[in-house]
Unconditional design. Structure first.
Length: 185
């Protein structure tokens, strides 16, 4: 699991906790502004593009002075989770990078076309999100670090001998007739 997956897991947990905290809660609303308070129990919670959506099983009319449940704080949690998901959507591993398979897509590239952040675990945006979700140095150290695949020795000969990024140069394939007395493979 890399940093992106860890943060996604944390956001899902926070959202599930907020959803379960709201479901089954008794709330009081004044939907028609006529002074009649409608009381009900929240049966389902969803957060869409229009904001927080609550499915409420109504119980009838209650006194107006009953304090409503703090739905506004749960709405803030859902908005924060949505904002975190938007950042995660921008800052993920770039599928088009072959030389740097763990490069962050959201951090862009430099003048040479190389990624500014070649490892998703080093992305400053994701590190800030992880900090907000309580990552510890031990957890960060235990995350997977994407690495470029090991290049095949014969790969450098496939394109006319030109070296490509990630090519491993070895001397083990030099014929024995060309090896001198101080040869080190």
């Amino acid at each position: 699991m890399d940093l992106h997956a860890w943060i996604t897991q944390q956001v899902d947990a926070v959202e599930a906790a907020a959803r379960s905290e709201l479901e089954g809660r008794r709330v009081t609303f004044d939907p028609d502004l006529n002074g009649r308070a409608v009381t009900g129990t929240i049966t389902a919670v969803s957060h869409g593009p229009d904001g927080l959506n609550l499915a409420i099983a109504q119980h009838g009319i209650d006194p107006v002075d009953e304090a409503p449940a703090p739905v506004h704080s749960a709405a803030a949690v859902f908005r924060r989770c949505e904002a975190d998901r938007r950042i995660l959507a921008r800052h993920q591993a770039d599928p088009d990078q072959t030389a740097f398979p763990g490069a962050c897509n959201g951090c862009g590239v430099d003048d040479w076309g190389l990624p500014n952040i070649d490892n998703i675990n080093d992305c400053p945006e994701l590190l800030d999100l992880a900090h907000a979700h309580g990552i510890t140095p031990d957890v960060l150290a235990g995350l997977d670090h994407p690495r470029p695949p090991e290049a095949d020795v014969n790969e450098r000969y496939a394109n006319g001998g030109a070296l490509t990024p990630g090519t491993v140069i070895t001397t083990s394939d030099v014929p024995e007739a060309l090896r001198g007395p101080c040869w080190k493979p």
